[in-house]
Design a protein around this ligand. Sequence first.
Ligand SMILES: NC(=O)c1ccc[n+]([C@@H]2O[C@H](COP(=O)([O-])OP(=O)(O)OC[C@H]3O[C@@H](n4cnc5c(N)ncnc54)[C@H](OP(=O)(O)O)[C@@H]3O)[C@@H](O)[C@H]2O)c1
Length: 162
Amino acid sequence: MRNNAIHAVTGAFGYSGRYIATRLLTEGCSVITLTNSPARTNPFGGQVKALPLAFDQPDQLAAALAGVEVLYNTYWVRFNHATFTHEQAVKNTLVLFAAARRAGVRKIVHVSITNPSEDSPLEYFAGKAKLERALQESGMNHAILRPTVLFGREDILINNIA
Ligand SMILES: NC(=O)c1ccc[n+]([C@@H]2O[C@H](COP(=O)([O-])OP(=O)(O)OC[C@H]3O[C@@H](n4cnc5c(N)ncnc54)[C@H](OP(=O)(O)O)[C@@H]3O)[C@@H](O)[C@H]2O)c1
């Protein structure tokens, strides 16, 4: 990992994205974020430039990724909402992968889930499996992480159970 290279993290004002961005900054890397929440307080100040996750404007997305060496993709939606579904998150992620490819991003680190399966009746797991296959078939250099649960202070799942 070249420290002077640009690293793009989706959702750096969110949960795992914030920790990834922090770690990269600690390593001396230049970091940008692609986010759905550009108006949210930027905990990194001027250290992390925020650009929109403009899925409806692929050219803008590709331009935002120009010069990026590694894209860390945490983008996903935990639950289906009335106006936003896992199916839409899959489509959006495919737009992001295509934009990264066009921009010449050298590697995608993609956060998936444990036991993804296209046969799963759970859209979360089926959608994640579709994205893994798309990334594998894209020919792009990539790494896929399959965590079971990410536990920390801001975690909703375990803290709610506790
Ligand atoms: N948390 C866990 O325990 C866990 C376990 C296994 C796998 N994972 C995977 O790890 C990745 C990151 O998880 P996380 O818990 O850190 O997620 P998160 O911070 O809540 O969200 C990550 C990203 O998804 C976007 N996003 C979330 N909900 C959205 C919505 N309703 N509409 C539009 N955008 C939305 C966020 O947008 P903004 O840019 O607006 O912040 C951010 O870019 C995900 O791919 C998840 O499937 C998480």
